[in-house]
Design a protein around this ligand. Sequence first.
Ligand SMILES: [Zn+2]
Length: 494
Amino acid sequence: MKRIFVSLFLLSSLLLAQRTPLEAADYAKVTSHAELSGFINAIADTSKLIKSEVFARSVDGKELYAVYFSKGEFGKDKSKIKVLIFCQQHGNEQSGKEGALLLTRELLKPENAYLFDKIDFALVPQMNPDGSEKNSRRNGNSMDLNRNHLIITEPETIGLHDLFDKYLFEVTMDVHEYYPYGETWKNFGYRSNNDIEAGVTTNCNISKKIRALSKKEYLPFLKKYLNEGGISYCEYSPGGPPEKDYIRHSTFDINDGRQSLGVQNTFSFIQEGMNGKDILIDNIEHRTKGQMLGMRALLEYTYANKDKIKNLVAGERKKLITGKVSRKVAIQMDHFPDGSKLQLPLLSYYSNKDTIIAVNNYRPVVKPLVEVDRPAGYLIPKNLTELVTWADRHKLQYHDYRNSDGSVFEQYMIAGIDSMDFEGDITVNPYVQVKKFKKELPGGPYIFIPVKQLKGTLIITALEPKSELGLVTYKKYEHLLKKGELFPVIRVIK
Ligand SMILES: [Zn+2]
């Protein structure tokens, strides 16, 4: 009798210990970084299925945790598929973190262990602890982490890409919140009211097959899964309001989490839970459940389609590595209509009821405006250390360049610098003249970055001076563009 009592006591205290900090606070306050650390460390001790690791530290020195779920050594069993979900890059979007902690607890239930017969899963509950503690969007350097995935200057994004590069996850998701209560929408009379919105990769350089599987199969699966769990859903559809501006399916810029991993032909997503209206804890229990179910849906879909996704990603990545991929790379693109109208679910401010608005100015298709031929690679003068550091942070393969007979080079003369509209923002758009030459290279020495590698399309997008997503569009690299001078990065044609 005494033994039964003791084991019941142990069981209940174990379950109590596994309540998330948000649950323990009865949903009255969001989880602090200290509470998150305590929860992860405590729960990691309760099961052989999980391990936690500090994979990076924030600007202010706070731990960034990865929680690894695996029935074995993580990443070792090549027959398994690797999934990475990371949350709360924006510190004022709290429910992703809360959903991740709840998911951790859920996944440790014995009835969910089957998932890890096929999946090795890494979960980063909180990318931006410094922002989270102040409930502000940016990190400790006042940088927007989700605009930092191309230049990767921040310790948080450097850490995440190190983690990705180490395991080359086939499936990834970046978890956020969207804020539907803006003034322009209020004036329009409607706002979004979906618990969860999710977006696929849209950059047109990313594998068409991966984009199609994401949109045509995963999103419908997600909708059904969420609706069955009492969570409303719509595809992530920023822009608008409908009479003012067009609606699209998010940016194609590769500086965000989803596209920066997507451009490496990853099955990659963004999930956006609805933010609170006035206070942090508005509806937080439901928001947390929605985020958790959305993350869980990705695991369930991946489990059910493991071989299909794994084979597709492996094949499409091999094309990047061997160069058997589209000869053209889009460096300027835009959103276009396809003749369809979007049936957008919205909440009416007048009736306080959900309704459907047909959006005429709907642009779901991303098409190229300016393309370049995929070169053999690029030469970067070694004295441009900011570019060499950038290549190192992305772990690009490169080597010292030795001039060889028969090579053909192209260099851009920057004839003028104009500007252009990019998704409603203004960015640089230089006029360039291409100079072709053989043999004599100006200056030197150089490193040679071949584009036949996993990050090949990322390299081209970053290094072309006319790329609207390129490095020259960032303050840190704008000095590379000088009117009347040669662009210092040289294209090697063969
Ligand atoms: Zn966000």
